[in-house]
Ligand binder design. Structure first.
Ligand code: PEP
Ligand code: MN
Length: 345
């Protein structure tokens, strides 16, 4: 059960409410976020929802029996929009592109990527400064100094930064230089990291775990939300499967389902999703048609020279073609959705 409290609820009103929930043997979790104040009740006993809903100090009450609650569409029907400032919003009818290299490598690479993004109207740059790598001998990123240099250049250009945070201890040092924290697939169920990101007032892009189910992804998002941060987007990046003809099995089905299950924006990562440059465009377009609110993709001036993930990284001309196709696809999807609403389909 989710109870949204009035902003001006008194201590007495809260105490009465908590007693009532204890009476019906519900455990209570209090959640305060940027936008709301909630009590999450967990229990099994049947009760008359009006006996609680009519108490003073309550704005809204709802039974949500799913394992995830505050991120559920059953609780909040309208799509969430995340505001990055400077007119950049994600979700709820906005199509977003985030593009950049797998890893931030050099000053020259940052400059070239920013130019490419500016020329194509892309406002958010991706790139890792802390890289999770299968081998400890592979390039593991430029770290905080690389992030500071990147930030200085991105700010000047009016570009926002999304980058991966790998551990709780990095959050404070990174926060001033990051617009969106990315949680990578390997950390999708690092609950300590999720708890800590819930206490930061910064958007988080949460990737699906390497073998994670959709419900696990939604529950991981619930960790962030229930710690106080509502600014979450989910990312489908493919899951490990028995198929070895490509890197991951991109779950296009999952995108369609997530859009039904949650009000959070859903971003697709076709680069890691298929892991092969020549098919990234097709997977990106399919993701949009399935309902994605945005695409995060790897681009590099010289993909064959990239320090990581070159095999799935688009060159600037390839990316340019895809940006325009993606915009067309998004508009087509919007027109399909409009037809559905109007009963023309
Ligand atoms: C990345 O975005 O470069 C990355 C490492 O992604 P994932 O966590 O999805 O593997
Ligand atoms: Mn990568």
């Amino acid at each position: 059960m989710i109870i949204q409290l009035e902003k001006n609820l008194t201590a007495e009103q809260k105490a009465v409410l908590k007693d009532k929930l204890k009476d019906i043997k519900y455990t209570i979790n209090e959640v305060k976020t940027q936008n709301g104040h909630y009590l999450i009740g967990i229990g099994k006993q049947e009760f008359d929802i009006r006996s609680i809903g009519t108490l003073p100090g309550i704005r809204d009450i709802h039974r949500v029996s799913d394992a995830f609650k505050l991120v559920s569409k059953k609780w909040k029907v309208e799509d969430t929009s995340i505001d990055l400032g400077d007119g950049i919003k994600i979700g709820s009818g906005q199509f977003t592109v985030m593009a950049g290299p797998c890893s931030i490598e050099t000053e020259e690479q940052i400059d070239k990527t920013i130019n490419h993004l500016l020329q194509n109207g892309v406002r958010i740059m991706r790139g890792g400064v802390y890289k999770p790598r299968s081998s400890p001998y592979s390039f593991r990123g430029l770290g905080i100094e690389g992030l500071k240099l990147w930030h200085q250049k991105a700010r000047t250009a009016g570009i926002k930064i999304i980058t991966e945070v790998m551990m709780t201890e990095q959050i404070d040092a990174m926060a001033d230089y990051v617009d969106i924290f990315q949680v990578g697939a390997r950390n999708s169920q690092n609950f300590n990291l999720l708890d800590a990101l819930g206490k930061v007032d910064k958007p988080v892009l949460l990737k699906r775990g390497i073998s994670g189910t959709l419900e696990e992804l939604l529950q991981a998002a619930e960790y962030i939300f229930s710690n106080g941060n509502e600014k979450i987007m989910l990312c489908e990046r493919g899951v490990r499967s028995y198929e070895n003809a490509y890197r991951n099995m991109m779950d296009i089905n999952g995108i369609a389902l997530l859009k039904d299950k949650t009000h959070l924006p859903v971003i697709a990562d076709p680069s890691h999703g298929i892991g092969l440059r020549r098919y990234v465009d097709k997977v990106a377009l399919a993701s949009i048609m399935a309902g994605a609110d945005g695409i995060i993709m790897e681009v590099h001036e010289k993909p064959e020279k990239a320090f990581s993930d070159g095999q799935q990284t688009l060159s600037f001309p390839e990316a340019k073609r895809l940006y325009s196709r993606m915009n067309q696809s998004y508009r087509l999807r919007e027109s399909f959705e409009m037809d559905l609403v109007q009963g023309l389909f």
